[in-house]
Design a protein around this ligand. Structure first.
Ligand code: GDP
Ligand code: CA
Length: 330
């Protein structure tokens, strides 16, 4: 089966790990080789990317890369394991990087490699391919778009600041009135994204931040049309459980675009495919089961399932529920 997931970073990576685990278990149950039964592609948000110290940083891609290659720091929740920060200390001493954004030494190696390739004119999708070739990831990562569409935040005082500053320096505490993806009007979906979407049997929206992770992916002109014209059913998974975001500060982003921190409100934000939206189906948490009937009547067939991704078992079960709903609807 060809499964394509649209994803952000840390939350998305947990879900993609679950999809890979589900696929491996399914293959084993059928007596097939681990990574041969299913073709998993991930369309990755590039809106978080930015330039720092002359380097191109790609947080969502790298979160996925490190999680899938088991190089991630599970305690801290971001970056590489066994990381050191000698170079970061030097960069901060020179005033080249702000004290609120630390680049680990191993992490810097990835940023330098990526930047070197980009400066030679290598397309971003080829950079993804090279970075992904080092470890057996079991999934293919493709950028949503090849060109730069960095997310900027419009704050209440009218300032426009890069998303990373708003998120990391101010911990999303400055009230925002909206988000803009600089350069998005002239962007287009990468060929890999189009191929992954058009060729999929199942399309999934990871339980990623709907505003700053999936928002920039969906804002690329042509992306929604590609999803809406795909033959595969599209199922989304709620990042909100019982009116709360599970990890992170997505509630601040939702508030800025006037969407409640609520599983049903997020489903309506994505919309029913039958009514100019994207969703053929929606998974929300058992804690939110009261919304199932209303959403289903509104054209978004919805199931309540365990939505906490605590470990390989719970993440694989959630992925299996998503695939099962998609196949049921397809
Ligand atoms: P980021 O790019 O690193 O911010 O990560 P994502 O945008 O991909 O994911 C962040 C979102 O994942 C947050 O809004 C969380 O609510 C959601 N999330 C994190 N862990 C879980 C979980 O165990 N279950 C569900 N349903 N959502 C989760
Ligand atoms: Ca992100």
């Amino acid at each position: 089966m060809r499964i394509t997931v649209l994803s952000g970073g840390v939350g998305g990576a947990r879900f993609v790990l679950g999809v890979r685990e589900w696929a491996r278990r399914d293959a084993a149950a059928r007596g097939l080789p681990e990574d041969a039964a299913h073709d998993i592609r991930v369309v990755v948000n590039t809106g978080d990317d930015w330039w720092l110290a002359g380097l191109r940083i790609a947080p969502d891609h790298d979160s996925l890369l490190y999680a899938l290659s088991d190089q991630n720091d599970q305690q801290r929740g971001w970056g590489r394991r066994d990381e050191t920060e000698r170079v970061a200390a030097e960069l901060q001493a020179w005033g080249v990087t702000p004290e609120w954004f630390t680049l680990g030494d191993l992490d810097l190696g990835v940023h330098i490699a990526r930047t070197a390739w980009l400066r030679e004119g290598t397309p971003l999708s080829e950079v993804y391919r090279r970075l992904g070739a080092r470890w057996p990831l079991g999934v293919t990562l493709v950028p949503a778009t090849e060109t730069e569409v960095d997310t900027h935040v419009r704050t209440v005082d009218g300032q426009l600041m890069h998303f990373q500053e708003w998120w990391t320096r101010y911990r999303a505490s400055l009230p925002a009135t909206g988000f803009e993806n600089t350069g998005v009007a002239s962007a287009q979906p990468s060929a890999g994204a189009i191929e992954a979407i058009a060729g999929a049997d199942v399309l999934l929206l990871a339980p990623s931040n709907p505003v700053v992770s999936l928002g920039p992916v969906l804002a690329v002109p042509g992306m929604r049309e590609a999803l809406r014209s795909a033959s595969a059913p599209l199922v989304g998974i709620s990042p909100v459980i019982g009116g709360r975001v599970v990890r992170g500060m997505a509630d601040a982003c939702l508030a800025a675009i006037g969407v409640q921190t609520d599983a049903a409100a997020i489903a309506r934000h994505y919309g029913a495919r039958s009514a100019d939206g994207l969703l053929d189906g929606w998974l929300l948490a058992v804690e939110d089961a009261a919304s199932v009937d209303g959403l289903t009547r509104a054209g978004i067939p919805t199931r309540a399932v365990p939505l906490w991704m605590r470990d390989a078992d719970t993440s694989a079960a959630l992925a299996g529920d998503a695939v099962a709903l998609a196949l049921h609807l397809g």
